[in-house]
Design a binder for this molecule. Structure first.
Ligand SMILES: C[S@@+](CC[C@H](N)C(=O)[O-])C[C@H]1O[C@@H](n2cnc3c(N)ncnc32)[C@H](O)[C@@H]1O
Length: 304
């Protein structure tokens, strides 16, 4: 048992208004991740993605990615990704569902007993922290920002045993994780990635700027462009800049208006810059009537 636990998050500075070191860690994503990753050609591709629950990473491997690096400001996402990675490879499908989605068996140590010897030091420490807290340990986690949640999507990596088992064969032994804030992120990575997934981190950046369009411009110049120049495949490299929930004609919102203006402006320059701003609507994660909307840019699109 590790009783005195270092909190790795204490050493970090975070530029995000909404996220900081004390926040509960995501166990599963609140985005329709499979919905948009399945629209991209992931076969043999390299990816940099926000870590969070690991669902981006798992969907990337499930759709054929060759290598995935993750980053997150919350250090506790690392043990969660590690735990899920080991479980998908070594624990039966039904047990995985019970461990995360069945209240009576939530984090039942018997389910993970066979994989405990494979735990890294940080995963051991995290699990010890959880078990030492008793029922309050549940507060360490959220699903889609809630304490308990079971999203039903037929396209997820854990939606059926076949997909789960197939993913177990593709996953690496160890997750690649860098503990960093998104600001200045470009300097932490040397690869050129085919895809970079930034989830909705943008929502929590630049709260000092009240105008959505200006905030987008700022994020574009300070985060997206350095990533595109240094870390993105020159041809067809794609960055998912923002995930918007619940867009529809009646709930457009400032951000969607800002994106239309922003993408129009940038796409007018397409021939000069080779950058194209696009978006895709998806089956919504949290609403039956609205659609979710993924905003992304691709550079130097190759036309056949
Ligand atoms: C933006 S949150 C929202 C949840 C996300 N939509 C999902 O489905 O997993 C995703 C992750 O971004 C991380 N994050 C938030 N702000 C960040 C920042 N400034 N730099 C790096 N990671 C950040 C959070 O710690 C969290 O794990």
């Amino acid at each position: 048992m590790f009783t005195k636990l270092p909190d790795f998050n204490k050493e970090t500075v975070c530029s995000s208004d909404g996220y900081h070191k004390e926040l509960p860690a995501f166990l599963f994503s609140n985005e329709n991740v499979a919905g948009y990753i399945s629209q991209f050609d992931m076969k043999g591709k390299t990816v940099l993605t926000v870590g969070a629950s690991g669902d981006h990473l798992f969907e990337c491997y499930a759709h054929g990615a060759k290598h995935v690096d993750t980053f997150d400001i919350n250090y506790r996402q690392k043990p969660i990704m590690e735990l899920k990675n080991l479980m998908i490879q070594h624990v039966p499908y039904e047990d995985f569902l019970e461990f995360f989605f069945d209240d009576a068996n939530f984090f039942n140590p018997q389910i993970i007993e066979p994989i405990i010897p494979m735990f890294s030091m940080s995963l051991r420490m995290f699990m010890d922290l959880y078990y030492s807290m008793g029922s309050a340990g549940r507060k360490l986690f959220v699903y889609n920002g809630k304490s308990n949640f079971l999203a039903q999507y037929d396209n997820k990596y854990y939606s059926n045993q076949f997909k789960y088992d197939a993913l177990g064969i593709e996953l690496p032994k160890k997750i690649s994780f860098t503990h960093t804030d998104i600001t200045g992120i470009s300097a932490h990575f040397t690869r050129k990635y085919d895809y970079i997934f930034l989830s909705n981190i943008f929502d929590f950046q630049h709260h000092e700027i009240t105008d959505s369009y200006q905030a987008l411009e700022h994020f574009y110049h300070h985060t997206i462009l350095p990533l595109a120049a240094n870390n993105l495949a020159t041809e067809n490299g794609t960055i998912v800049m923002e995930y918007l929930w619940g867009n529809s004609a009646s709930t457009r919102g400032g951000m969607w208006n800002a994106w239309e203006e922003f993408s129009d402006k940038h796409n007018n320059k397409t021939h000069a810059t080779g950058i194209q701003m696009r978006n895709m609507f998806l089956k919504a994660m949290l609403s039956l009537t609205n659609r979710d909307n993924v905003l992304y840019m691709t550079q130097n699109i190759k036309t056949k």
